[in-house]
Write a protein that binds this ligand. Structure first.
Ligand SMILES: [Zn+2]
Length: 753
């Protein structure tokens, strides 16, 4: 089980200490039976979860260290560089403390600021607001991530009655000290209008559980929990100029009445805390979150009946393997983009998706509105338990997606009409899919996007569970969600990088640890493909995979083992949700005169150079058919298929049969748009042949080895990258099937006929 941070240390605790930690029923049950098997998992925030998915939150602790703070100053403040000072260095330090804690902020969420003095280009001191720039993540922020904006002019904007989003961005950008800075956070004015030096803002899970309630209940809880901490409550409005003004007014009123305001709790949104120095703002933040966590923990202990038992062993993974390609094949992202799926099934997730109240709990909306751009406003519920057989499952998927899309379109149309605005409708497909008995499935244009959605939804589950513990979870109405989903400043966060030909496509490559296989893996990665790489040499494969950028899974495998090949295709499906094509590349080059050839040599050659391709193509075809979105089968054949040579029988016979196999797949896969093609490469320097082989062949022709590699019509050497390019070309050639593409510099004797 992985924590939301992905980094957990597992260790077992003595039972009595575990019991002191919380009122976990599962611990007590286990104790009664005297077999304590609960596994405790410790994340950095000291959040304890037993093996029965009963979360026992201790408390978030301040991670402040004076030594680390001094080190940050030493690292970032460079003499003679006017862009950074101690304030900014400490701002970076404590922002990272917040950013590294997934219970506080996720994936670029949250923002922080400091008001300080820098020098302008005339060398004059200027009061500035340094606030998180968009595109930066608090966990990894550096001084350039805090654009400096002239503060005085920014604060004067508060006198305006209104300011559009575009004007607000312009107001911040035109007041930058450095025109090349990133665009300041959409919450810049909120930071500017508050009088405090350091301002920290997060969307902490525990705070959301308190504020995602009916307004009166949320306000009552906030009074109970936070009044003593001098925090004031701000009702929900969308981020922007109006929220900045309202927050400042609430702050000022609270300070007038109570002498001081140390922070703001924003309903349905998150937490702001302030301080005269970095440590004070940060520790007030942790104190507020801790108070919320302890309150929730107390309520949970009282409501002991809500705890469920441990997750039993199940067939969820097998069911997912069957379901995933069908689901993936039906999903489409923006502009028809292909999606990658990501599966999570921690005990907490399984407890949630199997909860009889799932339909109610999951359909109320996101924990905070800015999640909507990653998760859509609601998850798709997909109960496939009763859909037996492919036909029933396909129908269930079609119906579920039809109604999900219809509901999304109705939401869009209703909101556009109600608000009297014009917007371009986004794609209607779900990003979060909850499958009882299986787990949490997320969809994204890349594995990264799918993982972000999964991270957010795992935290949403925590927020929902905790909100239900202290009251009733409630999200904002559709109107507010729509405003956020279609807010131009929010959509800009998703980025608009140039699409590549194979973005979101999943490609399985055998023999990927070196030579043509590795070059092919690199070429597909460069086109945006998600890769599943296999090779029989585990060590070389792991090293090779390290050198490939982008998402890739890998597995050591003997392609002659039919069951292992099928299992590995299933593993690729579990990793990415499906498959779009294979490059069946693994092979050997045995030699021997055919009449005298030892049977074992011929059998071995047929096993790897023919049958292994069949095992892979057959397993892949099953997935491609289930997906129903076409696909490609690419085979590394050989010129020997057409132009056999003396002493190469065991190889040529198998490769000639491989070309026949390819044609068979082309014929039978055509109606389902599954294309099959082969590449015939020749005289590529790889370690397929023994080192002295080339030398001998070259000498037999009276050539040096270099000249041997150039003895073709074009008189130039063919390399592995040329072959890789041919595979990519065939993967994209949507009207080509049953073809053999030669990559040999030109050899008429070997040209296909
Ligand atoms: Zn916020």
């Amino acid at each position: 089980m992985a924590s939301p941070t992905g980094r957990v240390a597992r260790r077992q605790l003595p039972l009595e200490r575990a019991l002191r930690l919380g009122e976990c029923l599962a611990f007590q049950r286990a104790n009664a039976s005297a077999t304590w098997r609960a596994q405790l998992i410790l994340s950095r925030r000291a959040r304890w979860t037993c093996g029965h998915s009963c979360a026992v939150v201790l408390a978030m602790k301040s991670a402040w260290s004076d030594e680390a703070a001094r080190a940050a100053i030493a690292q970032y403040v460079v003499e003679g560089d006017p862009r950074c000072n101690e304030d900014i260095a400490l701002r970076v330090y404590s922002s990272r403390l917040i950013g590294r804690e997934s219970g506080l902020v996720l994936h670029g969420g949250g923002n922080t600021s400091v008001k300080t003095t820098l020098r302008n280009d005339l060398g004059e001191p200027v009061e500035v607001l340094c606030v998180k720039g968009s595109g930066w993540d608090l966990a990894r922020i550096e001084p350039p991530g805090f654009p400096a904006i002239r503060l005085g002019e920014l604060q004067r904007l508060r006198a305006l009655p209104a300011l559009s989003d575009e004007d607000m961005v312009n107001a911040a950008r035109t007041r930058l000290l450095d025109s090349s800075s990133p665009t300041p956070s959409v919450e810049t004015l909120l930071h500017a209008f508050l009088p405090h030096k350091f301002v920290d803002h997060s969307h902490a899970d525990a705070i959301l559980s308190i504020v995602d309630q009916a307004r009166e209940h949320a306000e009552a809880l906030c009074r109970e929990l936070f009044a003593a901490l001098q925090l004031a409550v701000v009702p929900y409005i969308m981020p922007g100029f109006a929220l900045a003004k309202l927050a400042a007014e609430v702050h000022d009123a609270h300070a007038r009445e109570h002498g001081e305001c140390r922070g703001l709790v924003l309903l349905q949104h998150g937490l702001f805390t302030f301080g005269a120095n970095a440590r004070e703002a940060y520790e007030r933040h942790i104190e507020a979150v801790t108070r919320a966590e302890q309150f929730i923990q107390g309520k949970r202990a009282a409501a002991s009946t809500s705890l469920s038992g441990g997750a039993p062993a199940d067939d969820g993974l097998a069911r997912y393997t069957e379901l995933a390609p069908r689901l993936r094949g039906r999903l489409r992202g923006p502009k028809g983009a292909r999606f990658v799926l990501h599966l999570r099934r921690s005990p907490a997730i399984r407890d949630f998706v199997d909860d009889p109240a799932l339909a109610s709990l999951s359909q109320r909306g996101p924990a905070t509105p800015d999640h909507v751009i990653r998760t859509k406003q609601r998850p798709l519920l997909l109960d496939v338990a009763d859909a037996n057989g492919p036909g029933a499952q396909a129908k269930l998927l079609d119906d579920a997606l039809d109604s999900f899309r219809a509901r999304y379109r109705a939401y869009f149309t209703d909101q556009v009409a109600a608000k009297g605005v014009t917007r371009t409708e986004l794609d209607p497909d779900p990003r979060v899919i909850l499958v009882p008995g299986v787990g949490l499935v997320t969809a994204g244009a890349s594995e990264k996007a799918a993982r972000v959605a999964a991270d957010i939804y795992e935290h949403t589950i925590t927020v929902i569970r905790d909100a239900e513990t202290v009251g009733r979870y409630r999200a904002l109405p559709d109107g507010d969600i729509f405003d956020m989903e279609y807010w131009s400043l929010e959509q800009a966060k998703l980025g608009r990088s140039k699409p590549r030909a194979l973005d979101g496509h999943v490609v399985y490559i055998s023999g990927a640890a070196g030579g043509i296989g590795l070059a092919t893996a690199r070429a597909f990665a460069a086109q945006g493909a998600h890769l599943y790489l296999v090779d029989r040499d585990a060590e070389r494969l792991a090293e090779a995979a390290e050198t490939i950028p982008g998402p890739r899974g890998f597995e050591a495998l003997d392609m002659r083992d039919r069951a292992a090949v099928a299992a590995s295709v299933d593993n690729a499906v579990r990793r990415f949700g499906g498959l779009d094509g294979v490059v069946s590349n693994a092979g050997t080059a045995p030699q021997g005169m055919i009449a005298d050839c030892p049977p074992q040599v011929l059998e071995d050659s047929l096993a790897i150079n023919l049958l292994a391709h069949q095992w892979l193509a057959a397993a892949a075809t099953r997935v491609l058919r289930a997906q129903g979105a076409g696909g490609f089968l690419l085979f590394n054949a050989s010129k020997a298929a057409f132009n056999p040579g003396k002493g190469f029988g065991p190889y040529a016979v198998a490769k000639a049969a491989l070309v026949a196999l390819m044609k068979q797949y082309a014929i039978e896969g055509g109606p389902e748009k599954i294309r099959a093609n082969a590449v015939n490469a020749d005289r590529v320097r790889t370690n397929l042949l023994p080192p002295d082989f080339v030398e001998k062949r070259a000498r037999a022709r009276g050539l040096s080895p270099d000249a041997y590699f150039r003895s073709n019509l074009l008189a130039q050497e063919v390399d592995a990258e040329d072959v890789a390019g041919a595979f990519v070309h065939l993967a994209l050639a949507k009207n080509t099937t049953g073809a053999v593409l030669t990559v040999d510099g030109g050899n008429i004797a070997a040209s296909p006929r």
